[in-house]
Every structure is written in structure tokens, then in C-alpha cells.
Write a protein that binds this ligand. Structure first.
Ligand code: NAP
Length: 496
């Protein structure tokens, strides 16, 4: 299992030592980023290099002075940087990070020779701050020939880049660390075992991150079960964009732990769902939660689907079958109804705002319960299509129902009986859109029940307005919990 390395990024050693003590119980290594120390603190260490490692008892320590082009803050010349590294090397560090790009490498080879002579492990590193290079395999080979560890940190700009990093890491036999920076790379920091990484870098919460996408050591250890995963671990994931706000990793990992299962649930920011499914088959992923904007793509990607997916054309759960294909299930329908089931009989009609995947689940659920539904969407034609398609499906199922479509209600709109329940299913108001209200001009009477299926934030602008007008309000937390519980029960079916 890869070790957790805490990057120390404070301006003073006193602050770094405090961070070390704070996270000591969940880390195996530290990396001292000397370039981030203040000028005064660097001068102090130059005078007494041993101060740099004095407090790091019982852990390995990496000496790093990062250049600006590699995401660091070193302000002076390259000659001074190498001289500082040479000067600090004997202080007691167990490893040194040496940038191993070709430009000026000859100047750094003597540093590498000094490190080797002193028994200090050399991490030969490359940083690609904006992209993932095409020649990963040969670059890893070259780095392995220079150092004891080959390290590549590169920024994926999509899930295809993430796959290339994974392929290169898996193909490289030598000791390595291959990490994806930024939001598309987060999973590489969690699934270190899958990448064959020897360690993973992390940053303390609430301090400057050493690189974008770092996760704090305590979150790696508790939420992502660092130290417990291995070759027998089954992987699950949530795929969406945006994904950072998702409560799903916390929900499912907590339940896996509570049930004592060797399973890990990982968030993936996904731009291209078909590419993600290639990755899912390669890893492989045993189960996948699918969220905005990929539910319709997931329905197409599934080899077989349940009736909820057929009806809504939206799939929020994929379960791996023994032949490697995926079965699609929609647990949003069940989840949606659970939050309002006890009040259903009081609604003469309902308005659903939005016509995406979640709207299809809400409309199908309400109509199946005999509630007439008016679907209002920014793009009217999409609402009309949804009404026509779901109407046909419900009629085929033998259900008599009233569905109609309209534009989003504005000032002066009287929804009549359709106003008993207003369901907000658009992505407007979802984190990070804290201002958004899909019907800013609509005036609530105060008699409506307003149900926003968004759960982050728990109080969206439309819910605030509705509450101020005296309406009953429901947020998406209950729906989230109920759909996640149904999903978890499906995940359990593919675990030994
Ligand atoms: P989706 O398929 O991408 O649909 C998005 C909908 O939002 C479309 O109807 C779109 O209208 C509308 N929209 C987007 N921007 C808009 C704007 N600026 N003004 C007006 N309408 C706008 O997404 P989805 O899968 O249906 O999910 C929608 C929301 O439901 C997300 O916030 C998601 O987190 C939430 N959700 C919650 C749960 C839960 O468990 N609580 C479960 C599922 C989904 P156009 O057709 O005009 O583009």
C-alpha cells in the first residue's frame, strides 16, 4: 500500500512542525518545501540545516526546493537552488526530489551523485503543470535510469488523459509515483495501489496546497481507507461534472466501513462518459453512481436496464455483471418519492421545473402515482419531448395520466392546481451557483409545497424565497439518502 507523504508548505519551520505533529498519526513521510519558506526562515536553515529535520522523528523526509516552472516558488537563480540543495543534503533527509528534465540536467547530476554517495534516495521528477505528455512510458524509463524513484505529476484535462496516466503507471515496472494534478486527477491520489504508486502526496487542510487536487492525510486515511486497500479491494465510483460537492463518497465509504467490506468508493470528474466507461472496464469498477450531466449517457452505455431507466432514459446506477458488462438501474425514482410519499394524496397536481434526467424521474414517479404534472423548462421543446415520450410510456404501462408542457413560470403566472407541489429539478442553484433561481419572477402564493431536489446547498435561493412566502419546503437531502440507500443495496449484491 502506498505511503502518505504530507507536503509541508508553511512559511516557517514552527508552522511546519506543528502540521507534522497534527497529522503524525496518519502519515508515513513528509516533504519539506523549502521554496515556500520565508527568506528569513531559509537563511536560518542555511545556517543550521539540521533544524529542518530535527522534529521529524520516525518518518522519512524529502528535501525539495521547487522551481516556479514546476509549480514552486523559488525566486533566485538555478545555481543558488542547487547550492542550497547540496548544502542541506547532509542534514538528515532520507530523500531528495531532483527535477530531471533535460534542460540543465548536467548541472543537477553532481547533486544526484552527492545524494547517492550520502545514501539519500533520489526521486527523479517531472511536472507538467498544464497537460499530460504523450511520451509517458519513455519518460518514466528515463527517470528510472536517473533516480531511485520515477515521479511524474501531470495535469489531466479530461478522463482520456487520466487513462493515459493510469496505463503508463501500470506498465512501468520500476518504483514510481504517477499522479494527476487538478480536478481530473483526484482519483490518482486515492487509488495509489491501482497506479502501483509507492506513495501519495497530501496537504494539510486549510493551508496552501502543494499541488492542486491534494487531499488531506486524515481524509485519505478515514474517508478513503488509506492503508486498508490492496489487490482484493473492489472499487466503486461516482461519475459527474461538477463532482467535488458530491456527498456520495462519504455516504458509501462510511457504509462500506460500517459493514466491514473491502471496498472503496472514489469520485471522478468526467467530461466524456464513453471514455469513462472504458476506464471503468479497465480498473474495473464494480459499481458506479452517475450524476449530472451523464445519466442519459449512462442509460445508453448499460447493456441491460430496469424499467425505471427505460421510462426515464436516465440511469444513476451501473452494476458490473459477471461478463464485464454493466446493468443500469434508476434509484432516483424511489428516492424522489420517499421524501414526499406521506403527502402525495394532498397534491391535486404538480409543476416540475426542468426537463433533464432528474426531471424525467420526478415526472415518471409523480405520474405513476396518479398526480397530473405540468413540466416547465427553459428550453420548451425539451419539456414537450419529455411529456410526449413519458406519456406514451405511461399509456403503454396502462396508466391514465395528465402531462403537459410549458415555459418556466414568470411574474403573474397562476399555476392553479399544478401549484400544489412545485418540484425544482434544474441544476440552477446547485453549488457553486449560490445565487441561481430558475423562476426568479414567479410569486409564490404561500400555499405551495416547494421541493428542490438539490442537496448542496441545503437551502437554495428558490427554497429561501418559498419559505419567506410561507410555503412548505423540502430539500434534496431525503431524496439523496433514499436513492443512495437503494444504490448501496445494489452495490452489496456484487460484493463477496
Ligand atoms: P440535467 O439532465 O443536466 O438537466 C439540467 C436541467 O436544468 C435542464 O432542464 C436544463 O434546462 C436546466 N437548466 C440548466 N441551466 C439552467 C438555467 N440557467 N436556467 C434554467 N434552467 C436551466 O441534470 P439532472 O440530472 O436532471 O440533475 C438536475 C439537478 O438535480 C442537479 O442539481 C442534481 O444535483 C439534482 N439531483 C439531485 C438528486 C438527489 O438525490 N437529491 C438526484 C438527482 C439529481 P435546458 O433543457 O433548457 O438546458
Amino acid at each position: 500500500m502506498p505511503d502518505i507523504c504530507l507536503c509541508l508548505t508553511a512559511e516557517t519551520m514552527a508552522q511546519n512542525n506543528a502540521l507534522f505533529r497534527q497529522y503524525r498519526s496518519c502519515i508515513d513521510m513528509v516533504e519539506l518545501r523549502v521554496d515556500l519558506l520565508s527568506d528569513a526562515e531559509q537563511a536560518t536553515l542555511r545556517a543550521d540545516p539540521e533544524l529542518a529535520v530535527r522534529e521529524f522523528h520516525g518518518v522519512d523526509s524529502i528535501l525539495t526546493v521547487r522551481r516556479k516552472i514546476d509549480g514552486g516558488s523559488w525566486k533566485r537563480s538555478e545555481v543558488e537552488r542547487i547550492a542550497l540543495l547540496e548544502h542541506m543534503l547532509p542534514a538528515g533527509f532520507t530523500s531528495i526530489d531532483v527535477e530531471a528534465d533535460q534542460v540543465g540536467l548536467s548541472d543537477r547530476l553532481s547533486l544526484i551523485a552527492s545524494a547517492r554517495a550520502a545514501g539519500v534516495t533520489v526521486i527523479a521528477s517531472r511536472h507538467y503543470m498544464e497537460y499530460v505528455p504523450t511520451d509517458l512510458d519513455s519518460e518514466l524509463q528515463r527517470l528510472s535510469a536517473i533516480g531511485d524513484y520515477a515521479k511524474i505529476a501531470a495535469r489531466p484535462n479530461g478522463i482520456a488523459d487520466f487513462r493515459r496516466l493510469l496505463h503508463a503507471a501500470r506498465a512501468h515496472a520500476g518504483p514510481h509515483v504517477v499522479l494527476g494534478m487538478g480536478s481530473y486527477g483526484v482519483a490518482s491520489r486515492i487509488m495509489g495501489h491501482t497506479f502501483g504508486n509507492r506513495f501519495t502526496f497530501s496537504s494539510a487542510a486549510d493551508v496552501q496546497q502543494a499541488a492542486s487536487g491534494h487531499i488531506s492525510p486524515d481524509v485519505l486515511q478515514t474517508l478513503y481507507a488509506h492503508g486498508e486497500t490492496g489487490s482484493a479491494t473492489r472499487y466503486f465510483a461516482v461519475a459527474g461534472d461538477p463532482i467535488a460537492h458530491s456527498k456520495s463518497p462519504e455516504y458509501h465509504n462510511r457504509r462500506f466501513r460500517a459493514d466491514g467490506l473491502n471496498a472503496l468508493y472514489v469520485p471522478f470528474r468526467v467530461d466524456d462518459f464513453d471514455e469513462f466507461m472504458e476506464l471503468a472496464r479497465e480498473l474495473p469498477l464494480s459499481g458506479i453512481s452517475v450524476t449530472v450531466p451523464h445519466k442519459e449517457s449512462a442509460a445508453r452505455a448499460a447493456a441491460t436496464v430496469n424499467e425505471g431507466v427505460t421510462a426515464t432514459r436516465a440511469c444513476n446506477t451501473l452494476i458490473r455483471q459477471s461478463d464485464g458488462s454493466y446493468r443500469g438501474v434508476n434509484t432516483d425514482i424511489e428516492g424522489f418519492l420517499s421524501a414526499i410519499r406521506t403527502r402525495l394524496s394532498t397534491f391535486r397536481g404538480a409543476t416540475v421545473l426542468g426537463a433533464g434526467g432528474a426531471a424525467r424521474a420526478a415526472v415518471y414517479a409523480l405520474a405513476s402515482e396518479g398526480v397530473p404534472v405540468l413540466v416547465c423548462n427553459r428550453t420548451l421543446s425539451r419539456a414537450q419531448t419529455l411529456v410526449a415520450e413519458l406519456g406514451e410510456i405511461l399509456r403503454d404501462e396502462g396508466q391514465s395520466t395528465t402531462l403537459s408542457a410549458a415555459a418556466l413560470p414568470g411574474d403573474g403566472t397562476d399555476l392553479g392546481a399544478y401549484g400544489d407541489l412545485i418540484v425544482q429539478t434544474s441544476s440552477v442553484g446547485m453549488h457553486p451557483d449560490h445565487e441561481g433561481d430558475p423562476i426568479p419572477a414567479y410569486r409564490f402564493c404561500g400555499t405551495e409545497t416547494v421541493y428542490d431536489i438539490i442537496y448542496t446547498p441545503p437551502m437554495t435561493p428558490i427554497l429561501k424565497r418559498a419559505q419567506q412566502a410561507g410555503c412548505a419546503i423540502v430539500n434534496g437531502s431525503g431524496m439523496f439518502d433514499a436513492q443512495a440507500d437503494a444504490q448501496y443495496r445494489l452495490f452489496r449484491t456484487v460484493l463477496p
